[in-house]
Each structure stands twice: as structure tokens, then as C-alpha cells.
Ligand binder design. Sequence first.
Ligand code: GLN
Length: 321
Amino acid sequence: MSSQPDIATIVQRVRDEVASRIGEGRVADYIPALAHVPIDRFGIAVRTSCGQSAHAGDAEEPFSIQSISKVFTLTLALQARGEALWRRVGKEPSGDPFNSLLQLEHECGVPRNPLINAGALVVADCLVSDYEKPLDALLSKVRSLAGKRIAFDTAVAHSELATADRNASMAHLMKSFGNLENSVDAVLDAYCHQCSLSMNCCELAAALGYLADCGSHSPVASAESTQGTGATPRATQIVDAARARRINALMLTCGTYDRAGEFAYEVGLPAKSGVGGGIVAVIPGRGTVAVWSPGLGESGNSVVGVEALKRFVALTGWSVF
Ligand code: GLN
């Protein structure tokens, strides 16, 4: 395989290769807004570091990004707290489901990593403390990375809040251990809103480009970003290169929950999944690929999404291993 594969052909081919499997898995049904998403959707979008992009299927249809938001909030919390964040949350894979309470009791309220729910609640707590308007800060960060259309889906956020008993249990347990600075309600409100962010595959691939490019984000050239001048939009440093590498390490080891080992074996890319059926993977130095298909497997990762990423890596040879 050449080092510059034709990504437009590849995304079409991936879509064709997984077509017969679309519909596998189970759509998340803990809230109506997710339960009603048609299972037959599939989208894939790729964006390369040299500015190419391609997409296929339902790549422009917005969906609930859910736990993929944990990468954005982690980025913001690291910006505000730096390495001190790691006193409150670990860097180890959990090997347990994303919403498990088991380790939290044994490990005195310090979650294993920031990409499971308990860890993301600690991260959300930091944002509530450190930003006057944490949700505005999150939304403006994501919009600056991927476009002004992006918004919270308030119906999803309110359903999440109404069914947040398990997340509330984790938050209370962590509070009892002194690992939450704010009220459980304030933290849950921030967390449930971040989960409700609505984005499509093209936006997600664009938004996480900084993790592929040593922390530097290059906006897509558009009338909006160049204010009609036709100039090449300027790159912005979102995090430094070392931090981008470390976020990628966490995504590789923890981003797909208790399937992270198998995912590393099968796909071999840092990635983050969400129960909305999205997965974003980072190919360091090369680009990003986002897939979406709402049918989930046992661990809460999109069945067809994982399959599509396997095929993508097989066709491109793009893997960290
Ligand atoms: N809203 C979901 C929850 O908190 C997000 C989980 C996920 O996407 N894995 O349970």
C-alpha cells in the first residue's frame, strides 16, 4: 500500500465492505432520544494532515456524541489544571464497564482514567470550578474546532439528567471521598450536557485533528474561516505535542472501555467511542477518521463502527503498530 492512499476510494470501499453488517448490535435504549435513532445508519469521514478529506454514507447526519465528549473536556481540564489533574484521576485502563462503580470504592474515589464515566465526572467537576461558564467554554472550544453549527441537544441532556442515577451514585461516592469540589447536581448538569453534544462524522474528524498533528489544529478552508479573503486559515496550537501524545495514549488504552485491548489488537489506533454509536480514531501524523453506526456491542462500542475501522486500517495500513 502506498503512503498516500486515495482516501475517497477507501471510504467508499469501507462502506461497501460493511454494508451487509449494518443493523448489527443494539441501539442504546436508556433514553428515548437514543432509542429512536434508526439502526440502519452508517457514516465514515476521514481528514488527513495534508488537508484532504472524504466521507461516505450518513457522514453529515448529526448524532449524539456521548462519551466522545470526554476527549474535549479532558483537553480543557488539562489546559486549566495541567499535571495536577492526575492527582484526582488515574491513567490506567479499567477493564470494567464504563459506568462501573466497583473499582471506585476499592480505590478510594479516584477513578481509573478520565475516559470512563467516573473519571469524566471528575473532569467535569474541574471545569465547573475552573470556568465561569463551563458549558459555554466547552461549546466554544468545539465550535472553534469544527464549526458554529454544533450545539447541545437539550432534549438529550434533560433525558440524561432524568436517568442519571448511576452517574449520580459515582459522583456521591467520589464526593464522600473528597474527590469532588462542587455539588453533585452541578457536576451532573455539566456532564449530561457534554454527552448531549450533537455532531456528525465530518465535524468529529475535523475536531480531533489536533491529536493527529502534534496538538495543532488547522481549520478547514471555508468562507467563514477566511472571512471571504480566500487566504489559507491559520493553524492554532490547541495543546503541545507532548500532551497530544499523552491524550492519544489514554485513548488507545482506555477509549473503548473494557474492549480497549481487543480494539488495540484489531485496529491499533487511539480512539474514543460513545453510546450514540460514534467512534473517532486518531492516526498520529496522518489524520483522523470518524465512524458512526448506532448498533452497539456488549461494551457500548458501535459494532459496525469497529468493523469499519478494522477495514480502514487494513486498506490504508495506517496504524500505530
Ligand atoms: N451518557 C452516557 C452515560 O453517562 C455516556 C456513556 C457512553 O457514551 N459510553 O452513561
